[in-house]
Ligand binder design. Structure first.
Ligand SMILES: Cc1cc2nc3c(=O)[nH]c(=O)nc-3n(C[C@H](O)[C@H](O)[C@H](O)COP(=O)(O)OP(=O)(O)OC[C@H]3O[C@@H](n4cnc5c(N)ncnc54)[C@H](O)[C@@H]3O)c2cc1C
Length: 429
């Protein structure tokens, strides 16, 4: 008797044929201006056509480079992947939404950036993390606080993918409590001398420059004695001590522990006002939090779409599992959370775009979205069952990223702390 080979064939990712983005509700697009709607369709078409088919291959290449190479060779090869990705986006006009034309951008704004973030993240290219740290986290402060010379020197090159940047706040001894920052910068003549360590720096091992925070005045409360600097990574005294991405996750592109040993940089590398670094940091974090939320929602959307389509194809107990209410209600809950989380992110993006103070709203958004994304992706894995836990499907990678969202860029608890502080401040008046 010959056994029908189809009996042994599990559903593969390739069997899911729905185009990405099918589950975005009309309610969301209704909120967008016609121009933003156009951008959403263009960015989605580009991401699905040009990026999605290359993402898995790029992921494999990253893993192979990290397994086979270290030092300068590893840096050069990983940079090549990140820069090729950025160049492709630059050519498609997808890197400059947060930046005016004068510096090589297109000035479309924060909402536009969020729309692009969602679509690119949904395509799952490993270079996308480097895109967001280099173009948003590491560069937005230059736009807001930099001198004309700093803006002209760095922004156009970064938008074109020629120069990479990373953001350096966290240290081995400090994470949530930035007021205890240990890295010091001392002015000696016309040069700043910086000493300290920065941990968990995404893209730090690939970057050309760090946007780095250090204490410049020890006599004051650290929030009044912190400053921001542009630090070249190839400067004597700057050293990547450890590549943390091996520990963090195999397909994470780059995360570094960086040591700064008496790094003396010109006085002009101060970014923003002397001792005014805390404000620079808070402004950067508000934007980072909304763009991070939208990218995470893009990944969660992909997980939901995969789970929903899979549930219509996977047969158990003689019917597609989508027919069981236990599965379809789970999908409904995931969809409702995704929809609501996108609305709150959009609201905060609009506030930042309008130049309104949005610290509380960014914290609310980050807290709500991080919890929503975590639950959506966890549910997606449940719908997929065992296959969701394997590398045959991207949901396990999205799952790990979703967990990070509840820690990175300020943990859930720190978001609650910020919200409660502002809430109670209002009672006190
Ligand atoms: C993969 C990855 C990438 C990262 N990328 C970057 C980067 O590019 N640049 C950068 O500067 N940093 C980066 N970080 C660091 C990240 O922002 C920190 O990990 C985060 O801010 C938390 O700090 P911590 O890990 O030191 O935890 P801790 O601050 O030690 O906190 C440990 C626990 O205590 C809780 N806690 C702390 N204080 C309070 C409080 N007051 N009330 C209640 N609970 C509290 C926290 O919520 C957390 O649950 C990255 C981290 C990771 C893991």
């Amino acid at each position: 008797m010959t056994v029908d080979p189809d009996l042994f064939r599990a559903i593969a990712l390739d069997d899911l044929t729905m185009p990405g983005g099918w589950c975005v509700s009309r309610g969301q697009t209704y909120l967008y201006t016609p121009e933003e709607q156009r951008l959403m369709h263009e960015a989605r078409a580009f991401a699905q056509r040009e990026i999605l088919p290359k993402a898995a291959g790029a992921q494999r290449a990253v893993r192979e480079i990290k397994a086979r190479h270290d030092g300068a060779e590893r840096r050069a090869r990983l940079r090549e992947i990140a820069q090729a990705y950025l160049r492709m986006l630059a050519e498609a006009g997808l890197t400059g939404a947060l930046f005016p034309e004068a510096y090589g951008g297109n000035g479309r704004g924060v909402v536009a950036e969020c729309i692009i973030d969602e679509e690119l993240a949904a395509a799952g290219h490993p270079g996308d993390t480097i895109r967001s740290v280099s173009l948003t986290l590491g560069t937005i402060s230059i736009l807001r606080y930099g001198t004309e010379a700093q803006k002209k020197r760095h922004i156009p090159r970064r938008l074109a993918g020629e120069e990479l940047a990373a953001l350096a706040i966290t240290e081995p001894q400090i994470g949530s409590d930035t007021s205890r920052m240990q890295t010091r910068a001392v002015l000696k003549g016309d040069r700043w001398v910086i000493t300290g360590q920065k941990r968990f720096i995404t893209g730090g091992g690939l970057a050309d420059y760090l946007t780095l925070f250090a204490i410049t005045e020890t006599g004051l409360h650290p929030h009044r004695g912190m400053s921001c600097f542009i630090v070249p990574m190839d400067h004597p005294g700057v050293r990547v001590r450890r590549q943390l991405d091996e520990v963090i996750m195999a397909d994470w592109m780059d995360n570094a522990l960086i040591e700064l040993d008496e790094v003396d940089i010109p006085k002009e590398n101060l970014l923003g006002p002397l001792h005014g670094g805390y404000q620079v940091l808070m402004d950067e974090l508000d934007t980072e939090r909304v763009t991070y939320c939208m990218a995470s929602l893009g990944e969660a959307r992909r997980a939901l779409e995969i789970a929903a389509e899979y549930s219509t194809k996977r047969i158990q107990f003689k019917q597609p599992i989508a027919m069981f209410e236990g599965v379809s209600f789970r999908l409904a809950g995931m969809y409702a959370s995704l929809d609501a989380a996108r609305q709150v992110t959009y609201r905060t993006a609009k506030m930042i775009e309008a130049g309104l103070p949005a610290q509380r709203e960014s914290a609310v958004t980050k807290l709500f979205v991080a919890e929503a994304v975590w639950k959506i992706v966890d549910d997606a894995m449940q719908v997929l069952g065992g296959i969701g836990y394997t590398t045959d499907f991207p949901v396990q990678a999205i799952f790990r990223n979703a967990r990070l969202m509840r820690i990175g860029a300020g943990s859930d608890e720190i978001m609650k702390f910020l919200i409660a502080r502002e809430l109670l401040r209002e009672i006190k008046g």
